[in-house]
Design a protein around this ligand. Structure first.
Ligand SMILES: C[S@@+](CC[C@H](N)C(=O)[O-])C[C@H]1O[C@@H](n2cnc3c(N)ncnc32)[C@H](O)[C@@H]1O
Length: 394
């Protein structure tokens, strides 16, 4: 199929992609390279724009846009982690992919007001790829003790505390594949050779052996899948996890995102994968329109994070749904307390709606929460995290 450019596409970015394609010997780039350029090209990428359109009025919103509750409840979990680790000084909280800095603000504000003994021991670090968003974060977090760095700048084994992310892994570039005559073939992007830039997909052998090896990791036998089955693989999540594991000396990794276990993700009936594009609060599955103006995401395969984590020395502490996780941290009490508050009715209804959205199993409440740990001793390992103090589900 040929995808002509929509007028909404960033033409400078399209030219960059077309040039990149022309420079290659086979005149094609992987879909992962295409997605990386579209989202993260330092000048024209979606996340590099000065005014990235996130939030209720933007292209999409996340839990952090529903008010301070999400961050405050996470802060309660971090405070317990600090206690379990024996109140280390410093306790580092490393937020990866911090968006507009809203979550950091809610966490830091809550800890400064409510956890007077923990706050002074806190070392808050943000790892953010987009320089435009990094600037927004720096403005928003003025007055708070936060430092920014690339993950490569953190020395190996230097972190005692917790790495965490909300909707980061779904934003990493994915490879796309299709099965043809029982063989895994990769989807590449090329241009049609005419005057205008038009992108089209071509199919070829996998660009890297890791693509097929991935299915050994998650124990999925693609031989049993029908021809034409198409999906995606988030290979970038694996080196990301290795880097985090290498930097973490003692503590936790908390990953919140939408996704499934591998057997659900690669359900033979889900024949077109999970890739989604978000543009002005509408979603669709065509990444070749609105280039540079729309977000592109794919669901997260939590089994891969668990299995690769084990290879890097990260132990699974638990996996649950966001709604349950937040309930155990006090979301239910907050909902119950609404009936005793004296707020204008419209504010009350607005807040009730926000709290219910955080819990809704068909929406944000159905997101996955994976906690992994490293370097904990036997006593620390036995301590149950508040957010996970319900039967495990996957
Ligand atoms: C979907 S947004 C989520 C933002 C925020 N966590 C929230 O919940 O609203 C993804 C964020 O991850 C950042 N990001 C993407 N890849 C990254 C990487 N490899 N390292 C650090 N940040 C990254 C993006 O720039 C953006 O800030």
């Amino acid at each position: 199929m040929v995808y002509p450019l929509e007028t909404n596409s960033n033409l400078a970015l399209c030219q960059v992609i077309a040039d990149r394609i022309t420079e290659t010997s086979q005149r094609r780039i992987t879909f992962a390279d295409f997605m990386d350029l579209v989202l993260y090209h330092p000048e024209h990428g979606y996340y590099s724009k000065k005014a990235v359109s996130l939030g209720k009025q933007g292209d999409f919103f996340t839990s952090v846009h529903l008010g301070a509750d999400f961050g405050e409840l996470l802060a309660i979990q971090f405070a317990q982690m600090w206690e379990i680790l024996g109140r280390p000084v410093p306790f580092s909280l490393v937020e990866m992919g911090a968006g507009q800095g809203l979550l950091a603000l809610d966490i830091l504000h809550f800890l400064r007001e409510r956890c007077l003994d923990f706050f002074p021991d806190l070392d808050y670090i943000i790892v953010e790829k987009s320089s435009a968003l990094r600037q927004q974060q720096q403005q928003r977090l003025q007055g708070f003790p936060v430092r920014w760095c690339n993950i490569e700048e953190l020395p190996s084994q230097s972190i005692t505390g917790c790495f965490f992310s909300n909707e980061l892994v779904d934003a990493l570039p994915v490879h796309q594949f299709v099965l043809e005559q029982g063989q895994l073939q990769e989807i590449y992007v090329t241009t049609k050779q005419n005057l205008n830039i038009e992108f089209l997909e071509v199919i070829g052998d996998p660009s890297v052996p890791q693509l097929e090896q991935y299915f050994d990791l998650i124990d999925i036998d693609l031989k049993t899948y029908p021809d034409g089955y198409r999906s995606e693989v988030n290979l970038a999540a694996l080196p990301w996890l290795s880097q985090v594991a290498d930097r973490l000396q003692r503590g936790y990794l908390l990953t919140i995102d939408y996704g499934y276990s591998a057997s659900h993700y690669y359900n033979p009936r889900r024949t077109q994968g999970t890739l989604q594009c978000y543009y002005q609060h509408r979603h669709h599955n065509n990444p070749y329109v609105n280039i540079g103006q729309q977000d592109i995401t794919a669901h997260v395969d939590f089994t891969a994070l668990e299995k690769w984590g084990e290879r890097c020395g990260l132990n699974k502490v638990g996996f649950t749904q966001q709604g349950l996780f937040l309930m155990m941290l006090g979301l239910g009490d907050r909902i119950a307390a609404l009936s005793h508050t004296k707020q204008p009715l419209s504010d009350l209804l607005h807040r009730r709606d926000a709290l219910h959205q955080l819990a809704d199993p068909l929406g944000l409440g159905g997101f996955g929460v994976l906690v992994q740990s490293k370097g904990l001793n036997a006593t620390e390992t036995q301590q149950v995290l508040k957010g996970l103090s319900v039967p495990e589900k996957i």
